[in-house]
Design a protein around this ligand. Structure first.
Ligand code: ADP
Ligand code: MG
Length: 256
């Protein structure tokens, strides 16, 4: 893995975070999420959540399967709506956004990394990483500069013309990280990003994400129950049965 350098990176843009109080990226109060089941019933997946996350954090929602991690991450990512409570994300009230406004917020300010990579198999690595920039009206020259720079951070320069089926799982996930980072988002959400990776590749992509967090101040929020991921988290928010039961911040000396 190449050592990441961000010398050409437009730091002004990445570090110019929220104007709002305390530079909060996420501010959640009394969040309840109910899913309709059957004809008249509900299942309550989140049962009153309060949480704030500040710029530059590297934190995770941790808990057993079914504890509500993905549900919570999807609401933070404006992919789903709260049933009750207030969810502010990047200075917007996520509960009140129209689908178009939510899509705008996601495409401009957020990156997503999924367990299953979600790459487009017929497109090259370059095209997969370029994709989010096509939605942002940038010139080809600017897109190319950003894609190449991001691929360099992730040690993928030699793979630009490969297609996902020709890559290993670890390489695919690095392409997915590049795709999430290429627009230099303030917030990256990663749902079980190591679930399809072996231990070596898990550690490599986690080290890369720590580096991006430290150098670019990108806020990372994970949903995970993988001990390898947990060993890198600077803050662990434990969920159990739709509630936060513990919130632990860690010193650098305690981390992987
Ligand atoms: P985790 O990511 O921690 O494994 P999830 O957030 O996926 O947990 O799910 C939390 C709970 O909510 C689970 O019991 C799950 O079955 C339920 N759930 C999630 N999505 C839905 C849905 N769309 N409809 C009904 N129940 C759901
Ligand atoms: Mg999940």
């Amino acid at each position: 893995m190449r050592f990441l350098t961000v010398k050409n990176f437009d730091k002004d843009k990445s570090t110019k975070f929220m104007d709002s109080k305390n530079n909060l990226i996420v501010d959640v109060n009394g969040l309840v999420k109910r899913f309709p089941i059957g004809f008249s019933g509900f299942f309550t997946a989140l049962k009153g959540i309060d949480l704030t996350v500040s710029e530059g954090e590297f934190m995770g929602l941790v808990g057993p399967s079914g504890s509500g991690k993905t549900t919570f991450l999807n609401i933070i990512g404006t992919l789903d709506k709260p049933s009750e409570g207030r969810v502010n994300v990047l200075d917007k009230n996520a509960g009140n956004l129209t689908p178009r406004q939510a899509a705008q917020l996601r495409k401009e300010e957020m990156g997503f990394i999924f367990q299953s990579f979600n790459l487009l198999p017929v497109y090259t690595v370059f095209e997969n990483v370029e994709f989010p920039l096509l939605l942002l009206n940038l010139s080809y020259g600017e897109r190319k500069k950003r894609v190449m720079e991001t691929l360099e951070w992730l040690g993928l320069t030699s793979k630009i013309n490969s297609r996902p089926p020709q890559l290993s799982g670890g390489e695919c996930q690095r392409v997915a990280i590049a795709r999430a980072m290429v627009k230099r988002p303030k917030l990256v959400l990663a749902d079980e990003p190591t679930a399809n990776l072996d231990a070596d590749n898990s550690h490599r992509i986690l080290k890369t994400m720590v580096k991006l967090n430290e150098e670019l101040k990108t806020c990372f929020i994970f949903a995970t129950h993988d001990e390898k991921v947990i060993s890198y988290l600077k803050r662990i928010v434990h969920l159990e049965d739709g509630r936060i039961v513990k919130d632990i911040s860690r010193q650098k000396s305690e981390l992987q």
